[in-house]
Design a binder for this molecule. Structure first.
Ligand code: ADP
Ligand code: ZN
Length: 363
């Protein structure tokens, strides 16, 4: 059966049900969550076409009728107008305080629906049903919700933990390979931060990493890892910042060539850079940086800036982006670096000129 991973934070305790049969395994819990026998499912047109019928069928089996609220796909929905349309739709559907809504989709649907649930009638419950590997491995766990604004991505949001996360393996059957690879980058990130044994297993699996027999246990390990981090540091006072491994570089690529790469492709190159920079500084063995790069190539992911779609990139411009990353303040750059595979650390106050010299050498 599916794995059950408990997540316990100050703002809420919930389970992640992950793997084959997760949807059916969650059914009994739905009965308690939807006592009126009705549920609103927020999704996008792509996911509605692929998975809505199965989800509705599973809920009907336990006596719950679903009404879908279907948004357009894409990052553009994570906006003030997207939140306005969604909260209006919830009001129109008669959603009340104490109710729970379901987010069925990738990170966009999860972030948008989670934020709507955080603010609609000052807060209602929501269930995450992540349908992308990225959302299953990363964004559906940890309670971060929000939208993008003119000032940047995820600029406005709230911590609002879900009541339950249902990461059903069958959702991934329809995911394009490029999206699967993108999600894999976040699994790999978890291994590189704090689970060396997971990296060893992934490395040993080679190009078999995308088979369900390897991917599902790896996904569960990554969720368990993230659950531990957010339980200890939900609001990112310290340890949770480790989850930014590869992301300060990655966000800079994404900002330089918006829409050209997947988030996972940007992060993958960022992971390679973080390890190479750690090795150059003498923090980490060069052999570990080489293993990371080799595994990224095996996984079909960029192992450096030259392999990121949307390039070539300019080192000075990337560093400028890094300086203005939402997570940096006062003009200094905080990076996540590594002592070895599975042992990342937070490195505040890094020298921008040194990073720029390093990046130039990597182009
Ligand atoms: P993320 O990659 O951050 O999880 P999105 O929510 O933008 O983000 O999803 C990426 C794209 O994949 C969207 O166009 C979405 O409609 C589509 N999608 C989501 N889940 C699936 C799925 N299981 N199968 C096929 N396409 C999907
Ligand atoms: Zn990420």
């Amino acid at each position: 059966g599916p794995d059950i991973i408990p997540v316990a934070t100050a703002t809420g305790a919930y389970d992640v049900i992950a793997g084959a049969g997760a949807l059916e395994a969650a059914a009994t819990r739905f009965q308690e969550m939807f006592p009126r026998g009705e549920a609103i499912i927020v999704t996008d047109t792509n996911v509605a076409g692929l998975h809505l019928d199965r989800v509705r069928g599973a809920l009907r089996q336990v006596g719950i009728e679903c009404e879908p609220v279907i948004a357009a796909p894409g990052e553009g929905q994570k906006s003030f107008s997207g939140i306005e349309a969604l909260t209006d739709a919830l009001a129109h559907a008669g959603v009340e305080r104490g109710d729970t809504i379901i987010a069925l989709g990738g990170g966009v649907v999860g972030d948008l629906t989670g934020f709507a649930a955080a603010i609609y009638k000052r807060g209602i419950g929501f269930v995450q049903m992540p349908t992308t590997l990225l959302a299953q491995a990363d964004s559906s766990v940890g309670g971060k919700t929000g939208i993008n604004t003119r000032a940047g991505k995820n600029m406005v949001g709230a911590f609002h933990p879900p009541r339950l996360v249902v990461a059903d393996a069958a959702f991934l059957d329809t995911l394009p390979k490029r999206e699967l690879r993108a999600g894999y980058a976040e699994i790999l990130k978890a291994a590189l931060i704090g689970d060396a044994a997971l990296f060893d297993r992934l490395e040993a699996a080679g190009d078999g990493i995308y088979t369900p027999e390897t991917l599902q246990p790896a996904l569960t390990s990554a969720i368990r890892f993230k659950a531990g981090v957010v339980a200890r540091d939900e609001k990112e006072a310290g340890e949770r910042a480790l989850l930014n491994l590869g992301h300060t570089f990655g966000h800079a690529f994404e900002a330089e060539a918006p829409g050209q790469m997947t988030h996972g492709e940007a992060v993958a190159a960022g992971l390679a850079l973080a390890f190479r920079y750690s090795a150059q500084r003498g923090d980490c063995p060069q052999a570990d940086a080489d293993r990371v790069a080799a595994h990224l190539r095996t996984a079909g992911l960029p192992d450096g800036p030259d392999a990121v779609p949307g390039g070539p990139f300019d080192a000075a411009r990337l560093v400028d982006r890094m300086r203005h990353d939402k997570k940096n303040s006062g003009g200094t750059i905080t990076l996540v670096l590594a002592r070895s595979i599975g042992d990342a650390f937070i490195a505040p106050g890094m020298d921008a000129n040194d990073i720029e010299r390093f990046l130039k050498s990597q182009m």
